[in-house]
Write a protein that binds this ligand. Structure first.
Ligand SMILES: Cc1cc2nc3c(=O)[nH]c(=O)nc-3n(C[C@H](O)[C@H](O)[C@H](O)COP(=O)(O)OP(=O)(O)OC[C@H]3O[C@@H](n4cnc5c(N)ncnc54)[C@H](O)[C@@H]3O)c2cc1C
Length: 413
C-alpha cells in the first residue's frame, strides 16, 4: 500500500539522525563505531555484553577491503567477474572513494590485517583501543546484555539502530511487522558439514593446489584442504588452517570443539588422513607439529536476512512501533553469513557502505533503508556465487582420483 501524503513527507525528509546505537561490539560493531566516531553531529552508543575479548582463532581480511583501484578491488580469481556483473561502475567508484576517507589510524590497522593472519581478539582489541585512544566524547559505551525489548525502548524518533550482534542476531526476527517467529526473516543454504582444523608447525610451510593434491593422494575420503592463503609463517611458526568435509552423521556424533586425541579415539578415519598429510609436510620441510590439533565442527551455511532493515515497518500502516520512526539496520553476521573464511571481510565491506550512508545526513530515511537493502542484496549475490564456486571446486578436488566420480559432478549443461 503506498504511504499517505503526510506519511510520505516524513519518509522523504532527511533523516536528521543524531544518535546511533550500535548493539554488539564484535569486529563489525567496533569498525562501524570507529568509522562513525568522527562524523560531525553524530553520537554513538556502543553496547556489548562480553567483558573481555577472548576469541583467539586466526583470521585474515581480504585485500579488496583496502583496494585503491578497480583492478585491485576485483583481483580475486573467483570473485572478479562477479564484481563486474553485479555492481555498476559508479557504485564501485563510490566504494573506492569511501576507502580514501577512512581516517589514517584506522586505515593503518586495515592495511596490516590484509597482510597476514592475526587472532580475532587482536582485531577486536585494536579497534576498541583505537576508539578509546581517540578520546572523542562522541562514543558512549554500555556494558551488559541488550534484549530486543531494551533495543526498542532505547529508540527515539529519528535514531539509527545497528544490530551487529552476530549470527544469532538480536533483531533479525523483529524486522517484520508481524509476531516474531524464529527464522522467518532468514534465508539459509547449508553447503556442507566440516571440521575446521588448525595447527602450528615449526618450519615455513606454504600450500598450493598441487600440495593439497599430493598430500591427500592416499586419503580417499577425508581430505584435509588448507584453504588458499590459509597458511602463514610469522617468522618462527607456520599457522595452518583447513577444512575436512564430514557427513551429517559424523557431525552429530562430535562435540563442538576437541583436540587430536579425541579425533584419534573417536574418528580414526579423519585422524589417519590428518596424520598422513602432516607426515608429508614433515618429510618435505623437516619440522615438527607444535602442540596439538585444534578442531571445531561447524555446519557451513550461507545465509542472509531477507530484510536487513526496518523498511517493512515503514511500509506498514503508520503505528507507534519504535521501528516505524527510526532506521534499524543489521550489519555483519547479523545480516549475512558465509563459510570459507570470508565473513569478516564481507561484514567490514557492508559496514563501510553503511557508515558512508549514515554519515550523509541529508538522505531521507526510506532512501537510506532501500539503498542499504539493495547493496546488501548485491553483496549477497557476490558471496553466494563465490561460496558455491568454492564448494564446487572442493567437490571436484575430492574426486580427482576417481575420473568417473569426477565426471558425475561435472554438469556441463
Ligand atoms: C571456527 C571459526 C573460524 C572462523 N574463521 C574466520 C576467518 O578466518 N575469516 C573470517 O572472515 N571469518 C571467520 N569466521 C567468522 C567470523 O568470526 C565472523 O564472521 C565474525 O566474528 C562476525 O563479526 P560480527 O561483528 O558480525 O559478529 P560477532 O563476532 O559474533 O560479534 C557480535 C558481538 O555482539 C555481542 N552481542 C551479541 N548479542 C548481544 C546482546 N544481546 N547484547 C549485547 N551484546 C551482544 C557479542 O558478545 C559479540 O561481541 C570464523 C568463524 C568460526 C566459528
Amino acid at each position: 500500500m503506498p504511504p499517505s501524503s503526510s506519511e510520505s513527507t516524513v519518509l522523504e525528509r532527511p533523516s536528521e539522525t543524531n544518535r546511533v546505537h550500535v548493539v554488539g561490539a564484535g569486529p563489525v560493531g567496533l569498525l562501524l563505531t570507529a568509522l562513525l566516531q568522527s562524523v560531525e553531529g553524530l553520537s554513538v552508543r556502543l553496547y556489548e555484553k562480553r567483558h573481555e575479548y577472548t576469541r583467539t582463532r586466526m583470521v585474515q581480511l581480504a585485500p579488496y577491503l583496502v583496494a585503491d583501484s578497480l583492478e585491485s578491488y576485483r583481483v580475486d580469481a573467483i570473485d572478479g567477474d562477479s564484481v563486474d556483473a553485479i555492481f555498476d561502475a559508479p557504485e564501485l567508484d563510490q566504494g573506492l572513494a569511501f576507502r580514501r576517507t577512512v581516517p589514517p589510524d584506522l586505515r593503518a590497522l586495515l592495511d596490516s590485517w590484509v597482510l597476514g593472519f592475526c587472532p580475532l581478539n587482536s582485531i577486536e582489541r585494536s579497534l576498541s583501543e583505537l576508539i578509546d585512544a581517540r578520546g572523542t566524547a562522541t562514543v558512549e559505551r554500555s556494558a551488559g546484555l541488550v534484549t530486543a525489548e531494551d533495543a526498542m525502548a532505547m529508540l527515539e524518533p529519528g535514531d539509527v539502530l545497528i544490530d551487529s550482534t552476530g549470527s544469532n542476531s538480536l533483531l533479525r526476527d523483529h524486522l517484520l511487522p508481524v509476531d516474531a517467529v524464529d527464522g522467518s526473516n532468514t534465508l539459509k543454504v547449508r553447503l556442507e558439514y566440516a571440521l575446521v582444523i588448525t595447527f602450528l608447525y615449526g618450519q615455513p610451510y606454504d600450500c598450493n593446489e598441487y600440495c593439497k593434491y599430493y598430500k591427500n593422494i592416499e586419503n580417499p575420503q577425508y581430505k584435509f584442504i588448507p584453504m588458499v592463503h590459509r597458511t602463514h609463517y610469522d617468522g618462527s611458526v607456520s599457522h595452518v588452517t583447513g577444512i575436512v568435509n564430514i557427513t551429517a552423521e559424523d557431525y552429530e556424533a562430535m562435540p563442538s570443539r576437541f583436540d587430536g586425541d579425541w579425533l584419534r579415539s573417536n574418528a580414526p578415519g579423519v585422524a589417519e588422513s590428518m596424520d598422513r598429510f602432516i607426515d608429508k609436510i614433515k618429510q618435505e620441510t623437516h619440522g615438527e607439529l607444535l602442540g596439538d590439533l585444534e578442531i571445531v565442527r561447524i555446519p557451513l551455511d550461507l545465509y542472509r536476512a531477507r530484510n536487513a532493515t526496518s523498511r517493512q515497518w515503514l511500509a506498514a500502516a503508520p503505528g507507534d512501533h519504535p521501528f516505524a520512526s527510526s532506521a534499524v539496520f543489521l550489519a555483519g553476521d547479523s545480516a549475512m553469513g558465509s563459510p570459507y573464511f570470508q565473513s569478516i571481510s564481507l561484514g567490514f565491506e557492508c559496514a563501510m557502505f553503511l557508515a558512508g550512508l549514515v554519515a550523509q545526513r541529508d538522505v531521507p530515511r526510506r532512501e537510506m533503508l532501500d539503498r542499504y537493502e539493495l547493496y546488501l542484496y548485491k553483496q549477497w549475490l557476490r558471496v553466494y556465487m563465490r561460496s558455491k564456486m568454492i564448494k564446487h571446486n572442493k567437490d571436484l578436488f575430492e574426486s580427482l582420483d576417481d575420473p568417473l566420480a569426477l565426471l558425475e559432478k561435472l554438469h556441463i549443461y
